[in-house]
Design a protein around this ligand. Structure first.
Ligand code: SAM
Ligand code: ZN
Length: 257
C-alpha cells in the first residue's frame, strides 16, 4: 500500500514533483533548499527511513544552451547520489533536462526514460528521468504523442502572466507564493516538474513498483522483455526496441563508448 508511504524529496524548491506524490497519497518529507536558506550539503539522511527518494538537482550546467558549465551541476548530482547511498531507499527517481549525464548508484537496477508535458496538455516540456530500485523492479512508462502545441515551457523570465505560468504547470490559477517577488515566483514555478508529469510518475510507481492499479494488485506478466535502450519500457514479440527514438538512443550510446 502506498497510502502514507514515507518518501524524501530533495532539491524540493516549491516541490511540484513532491506535490504529485502527495496527491497520490504518499507522505513527503522535504530536505533543505537554497530558496528557504538551506543547503543539501549540510543534510544527513538516516538510513532505511524512506521508501523512496525523489528529486531533480539544478540543471543549468546540463542545459543545451549553457556554453560555460561551472561544475556545480555535477557537484549537486553527486549530492543526490550521496543522499540515496546514505539512506538506501527501496527506489529512487531523479529528474532533469534531457542532457543530464548518465550515472549509476551502486546496488540499484536503473532505467532512463523521457516524458513530455506535451503528451498531457497543449504545452511542451521534455524532461528525462532516472529510476532505480534495489529489488530490480522497473517501470513501464508511457510513450505519448504531442497534442497541438500552443506554446513552450514556463521559463524564469516568462513574459506570460504569473497566473498563466501556474496554469501551464498544472497549478490552479489562484496559486500564490505571497513572500516572493514576481520574478522569484515565476522562477520557482518554472523550476518545477509540471504537475501532470509528477502525478503520472507517482501513479506509475504505484502501478509498476508497488503493483497497485486503482486499488487493485496488478498481476505481473511471467516473462517481461524490456527495451534494449534501457528506458525500461516493455517490448513484445521479436521487437528489441520500443520504437525508432529508442533505437536511435541506443545507437548514440554505443557510438559514445
Ligand atoms: C530544479 S529545482 C527543483 C524543482 C522541484 N523539483 C519542483 O518540482 O518544484 C532545483 C532546486 O535546487 C535548489 N538548490 C540549488 N542548490 C542547492 C543546494 N546547494 N542545496 C539545496 N538546494 C539547492 C534550488 O534552489 C532549486 O529550488
Ligand atoms: Zn527504449
Amino acid at each position: 500500500m502506498t497510502k502514507g508511504k514515507l518518501i524524501l524529496s530533495i532539491f524540493p524548491g516549491i516541490d511540484l514533483l513532491g506535490k504529485g506524490f502527495e496527491e497520490q497519497g504518499f507522505c513527503v518529507v522535504r530536505s533543505p533548499d537554497h530558496i528557504t536558506g538551506g543547503d543539501i550539503r549540510d543534510f544527513v539522511a538516516p538510513s532505511g527511513v524512506f521508501g523512496g527518494v525523489v528529486g531533480g538537482s539544478p540543471c543549468q550546467d546540463f542545459s543545451a544552451l549553457n556554453r560555460a558549465p561551472t561544475g556545480y551541476g555535477l557537484a549537486m548530482l553527486n549530492e543526490y547520489k550521496r543522499v540515496v547511498l546514505d539512506n538506501q531507499p527501496s527506489w529512487f527517481l531523479f529528474e532533469n533536462v534531457a542532457q543530464f549525464p548518465n550515472f549509476t548508484i551502486k546496488g540499484y537496477t536503473q532505467q532512463r526514460f523521457e516524458l513530455d508535458l506535451g503528451w498531457f496538455v497543449e504545452y511542451s516540456r521534455l524532461r528525462h528521468f532516472m529510476f532505480g530500485s534495489l529489488s530490480g523492479a522497473l517501470l513501464n512508462p508511457m510513450k505519448g504523442k504531442k497534442h497541438n502545441i500552443k506554446g513552450g515551457a514556463v521559463v524564469g523570465k516568462d513574459s506570460r502572466s504569473f497566473q498563466a505560468c501556474c496554469e501551464i504547470q498544472g497549478l490552479s490559477h489562484d496559486f500564490d507564493l505571497p513572500f516572493f517577488s514576481l520574478s522569484g515566483k515565476k522562477q520557482a514555478v518554472a523550476n518545477g516538474v509540471p504537475l501532470p508529469l509528477s502525478c503520472y510518475l507517482a501513479k506509475l510507481i504505484q502501478r509498476d513498483y508497488y503493483g497497485e492499479e486503482a486499488g487493485q494488485i496488478r498481476i505481473k506478466a511471467e516473462a517481461e522483455k524490456r527495451c534494449a535502450c534501457q528506458c525500461g519500457r516493455l517490448v513484445y514479440g521479436r521487437a528489441k526496441y520500443d520504437g525508432v527514438s529508442c533505437r536511435k538512443r541506443a545507437q548514440r550510446q554505443r557510438s559514445r563508448i
